[in-house]
Design a protein around this ligand. Structure first.
Ligand SMILES: [Fe+2]
Length: 334
């Protein structure tokens, strides 16, 4: 009897392994910003999604320590600098997908297919309305001019967003000019860098500085938050470098894990996320820009206006990350 029960259990678990397709997602995006989309994917595909959320760098450490035994199939993270790092650490595998190549512009994915951008975010100049005349604003480069002494709020150099922004400047201007720029910008700080992007906008609204540098989704989300809405309404977006390379952008994206036990299902989920319906939901929920052409932007983002985005292949931001960090260190950017 005991033996028969055991064989029955074995037969049943064997069946489960064959029948129930699943995919394990490691997500740096919070549960509520991704789960409904994954549920929809499960409904449509019959593939069960197991979601693990965590901080971006923690997820990478976890994948590293799990090594070949990692259950991770799909990594969802933000900022190309981090996705590039994951690839450098040997945590990703390349994916060849015509669907993804057609849907996602080439500059927003790894040429070798290790990672794919799913949304973009921009890092514009945000100024206090009425305090700064937008006619006095032009480029990121101009923010290093002496006329902005003590007027700029920006977070610390250990944050990937600023590292990526600097890397983008090095790619176009070269290291020497970027160094001179960083030196000048640091002189213009209103205070030693502290807090996140949202804190820079709040500091500007509170009168600490005239200008903040922050990612678009932070400002967009502040409008929904009763405690930050007043600060959001006190500032305006200025799109820099519109007559040359365009405003700095970055991505949120996803990648198939190197040792993915369910690589096929991971690819299926990634392709699903590049579809128009998924793009619309995902971008709107995260206050980001869809990567797929023709998908509508949220009304808040529409309010920020049209802009020319830097067309630099984003892999450059990963490649130049270390150089960017050195430039910031030399400039005394805390
Ligand atoms: Fe962020």
């Amino acid at each position: 009897m005991k033996f028969r029960l055991l064989s029955l259990v074995l037969v049943m678990s064997g069946l489960t392994a064959v029948q129930a397709a699943e995919v394990n997602v490691y997500s740096a995006r919070q549960q509520e910003l991704i789960k409904p989309l994954l549920d929809k994917f499960s409904q449509q595909s019959g593939i069960k999604v197991n979601l693990i959320t965590g901080k971006p760098d923690e997820l990478l450490s976890r994948m590293q320590s799990e090594g070949r035994n990692s259950p991770a199939d799909l990594l969802i993270s933000t900022d190309v600098g981090r996705l590039y790092r994951a690839q450098q650490l040997g945590l990703l595998q390349p994916l060849k997908s015509n669907t993804l190549e057609q849907a996602i512009p080439a500059a927003l994915r790894d040429p070798a297919g290790h990672w794919f951008g799913l949304t973009t975010r921009a890092r514009p100049i945000i100024y206090v309305t009425g305090k700064v005349d937008p006619k006095d604003l032009s480029t990121y480069e101009d923010l290093a001019a002496p006329k902005w002494r003590g007027k700029i709020c920006i977070r610390s150099s250990d944050n990937i967003y600023n590292q990526s922004m600097l890397a983008g400047m090095i790619a176009v201007l070269g290291e020497e000019k970027t160094q001179a720029w960083a030196n000048g910008l640091v002189k213009n700080f209103a205070q030693p860098p502290k807090g996140g992007d949202r804190d820079q906008i709040k500091a500007a609204a509170a009168g600490v500085c005239d200008i903040a540098i922050a990612n678009t989704y932070y400002l967009a989300a502040m409008f929904d938050d009763p405690k930050d809405a007043a600060a959001a309404k006190a500032v305006s977006v200025f799109w820099p470098n519109q007559s040359d390379r365009g405003a700095h952008i970055n991505i949120s994206g996803a990648a198939v894990a190197k040792f993915a036990p369910n690589a096929k299902q991971a690819a299926q989920l990634l392709e699903y996320m590049s579809g128009a319906e998924a793009q619309a939901w995902y971008a709107q929920t995260n206050h980001e820009y869809p990567v797929v052409a023709g998908v509508a932007r949220s009304s808040v983002l529409q309010g920020f206006g049209e802009f020319k985005a830097d067309a630099l292949p984003l892999i450059k931001l990963g490649e130049l990350n270390q150089q960017a960090i050195q430039v910031m260190d030399k400039a005394g950017w805390k």
